[in-house]
Design a protein around this ligand. Sequence first.
Ligand code: SF4
Length: 289
Amino acid sequence: MSKLKIAELFYSIQGEGRYMGVPSVFLRTFGCNFKCAGFGMPKGELSNEVEPIAQRISEFKSYEELPLVSTGCDSYASWDPRFKDLSPMLTSDAIAERICEILPFGEWRDEHLVITGGEPLLGWQRAYPDLLDHPKMKSLKEITFETNGTQALTNDFKSWIHREWHHAGDINLGRGHNSLTFSVSAKLSCSGESREEAIKPDVVCEYEDYGYTYLKFVVATEDDAEEAIETADIYRANGFTGPVYLMPVGGIESVYTLNNRRVAELAMKAGLRYSDRLQVPLFKNEWGT
Ligand code: SF4
């Protein structure tokens, strides 16, 4: 039976992108190929806000106890190896059982599954067929992968999507191409990651063959918005056809509140979609929300 290292598994409302407002189970896998320490920092500088938290790691017994950060990646504990002991390795059986415990009616109804990270399309692709074929997951109808858009789909996973997700009972179960979403948060220079590593149009264009795919850029300034527009053009020049969202930076409410209206205006000016981060005003972006 397949196993996944799980940083968090919780039930909440999706606050971002296509499924904003939809009740959702969030499965946050452990591990990421990036560090994204530049969010919210002056250009060229990287956040070291996590360092003092990592030095006190023995004080924290669960994700809920970890401090929130206002700069850099706000889900740092889901990929920084120093926090790995907070993330158990669970079998697909245990994950499916736990999901049924947290769903309001003990089974899938209108809820959707968000597989997030970290970066959920790293090696964990090999484990998803086993989990998603589990008898307790059979009535699940919609999934989103929240990815940074750098990891190609493996041949085995592509075959499974095509065979089991798109076509196995697509009439009875309401599945099909549109029921699988790739929410691609491609990283701009404000993340601190190199453009060469972060922008992979070929990878993202292939996601479109397997599910509804959109780009979602985290922005704080007009420069970020300009870079997002230029970057979206690069994806389009390579064949990308999906929608593009701008979303305000803001792991904590005070930063989000400074940014959200400005980013909405920038999105309107550019004719792009705006994505809120409903989890920030609703739940203060606490772990498990
Ligand atoms: S890609 Fe996402 S999860 Fe990974 S470090 Fe960057 S913001 Fe965090």
